[in-house]
Write a protein that binds this ligand. Structure first.
Ligand SMILES: [Zn+2]
Length: 293
């Protein structure tokens, strides 16, 4: 099993293409392409510009012997009519194209909600409009050979949307969304930190996802904020990692062990940056060994 990290560890501190060797040196062998940090850095609709950027990153990954295990797609309000949401939604197509060019198998996107009471009628409409949105991307998925991994978010993220619940933040709704789309290029991304915010039983959730589970976002918090810290940062308040391991085994998960840890790497002093990377990669080795055992 590959041990991967999102490129968001570099954030705005280091340009990823010239620093990928640091990930390999630390012990990672997989990477997660993070579009969310790059949306405004170049004109993704200008194919020559986008290809040049992507090819440079692809060469750097090849030189460092790192495999693309997944990507994070653009982030936006699916039903937001005001800037920047329509522009960001329009970046899904060029993002899928870039994934295809790099050989990224799965791109993560978020389900969403629109204002309403989240009663049965509203929830039904939310499901329908999510299905319509993701279905609209499937021709591009097929064209570029890239799947959509739909991620569990958390209820407090729906406050800004005028809704008491976030759609598909719980496994039965995420399964329902994926099963309704019913396409081999649609699966799930499980985010352990978001599940912690929802106080979910991670073992039962992962077991329920089963073969739908394609990619992972591993990080933790204390149940109060979406901190994206590495495992064991919060002691008993953090994620129950034994439950995660049991759930992954029961789901038969064979993808990559992928960390999504932007925040600690934004503040760690530069002389400690590589040591922190090494520690996180060592955590990945520890977990994957337990998973294989
Ligand atoms: Zn995530």
């Amino acid at each position: 099993m590959r041990i991967a990290t999102s490129l968001n560890v570099f954030g705005n501190r280091f340009p990823a293409a010239s620093h990928l060797g640091r990930l390999a040196a630390a012990g990672f062998d997989g990477i997660d392409f993070n579009f969310a940090d790059l949306l405004t850095q170049l004109d993704w609709h200008h194919e020559r510009t986008a290809d040049a950027f992507v090819d440079q990153l692809g060469r750097a990954a090849g030189d460092a012997d790192l495999a693309w295990v997944q990507a994070h797609g653009p982030m936006f309000q699916m039903f937001g009519a005001e800037d920047p949401h329509p522009q960001r939604r329009a970046l899904c197509e060029p993002a899928l194209r870039a994934c295809g060019r790099l050989g990224v198998p799965w791109m993560v996107l978020h389900p969403d909600v629109f204002p309403g009471a989240y009663d049965a009628a509203h929830r039904k409409e939310v499901l329908k409009r999510n299905v319509e949105f993701f279905r609209g991307l499937l021709p591009s998925c097929e064209r570029y050979g890239v799947g959509l991994a739909l991620e569990n978010i958390f209820d407090s993220a729906a406050e800004k949307r005028g809704c008491p619940r976030y759609f598909a933040a719980v496994p039965d709704e995420l399964c329902e969304l994926i099963d309704t789309l019913k396409h081999p290029l649609v699966g799930a991304c499980w985010d352990t930190g978001h599940a912690r915010l929802m106080q979910l039983d991670q073992r039962a959730a992962l077991r329920a996802l089963g073969a739908r589970l394609k990619v992972t976002h591993f990080h933790e918090n204390d149940g109060l904020g979406d901190d994206h810290q590495f495992p064991f940062s919060f002691g008993k308040q953090g994620v129950d990692w034994n439950a995660v391991l049991e759930g992954l085994k029961e789901a038969g998960f064979a993808g990559a062990w992928t960390f999504e840890l932007g925040k600690p790497f934004q503040s760690v002093p530069e002389p400690l940056f590589d040591t922190m990377l090494k520690y996180v990669a060592a955590q990945g080795r520890y977990f994957t060994k337990l998973l294989a055992g």
